[in-house]
Design a protein around this ligand. Structure first.
Ligand SMILES: [Zn+2]
Length: 102
């Protein structure tokens, strides 16, 4: 889903609607952890409304959750996500960067 649509949707979430409340709790920053076979990839921190991240659901509707890796988050700040990635996934190539969405 394009970032602009995600941001529009995010702007119109209603705190009194239980379904919207799920997405409200998923607001924040994420990174994608690739399985060790893809360990050379840089860990990129994304915003919830990034088209790649999509509130931690990812961009591919047909992807099998957990097959190639998993979205980790949400975190309150990009620094928190970076610190977590460095501490818990040190074998993951070592490079941590931010997507253009952050
Ligand atoms: Zn992004």
């Amino acid at each position: 889903m394009p970032r602009q649509l995600l941001e529009e949707m995010n702007d119109h979430l209603n705190e009194n609607d239980p379904k919207d409340g799920i997405l409200i709790r998923l607001r924040g920053y994420y990174f994608y952890y690739n399985n060790p076979t893809e360990a050379s990839h840089t860990v990129l921190v994304h915003r919830d409304t990034c088209g790649h991240c999509c509130f931690g659901a990812g961009h591919n509707n047909n992807a099998e959750p957990g097959r190639n890796g998993a979205w980790v988050g949400p975190f309150s700040t990009p620094e928190q996500a970076e610190e977590f990635a460095a501490r818990h996934f040190p074998h993951h190539g070592g490079d941590i960067d931010r997507c253009g969405c952050v």
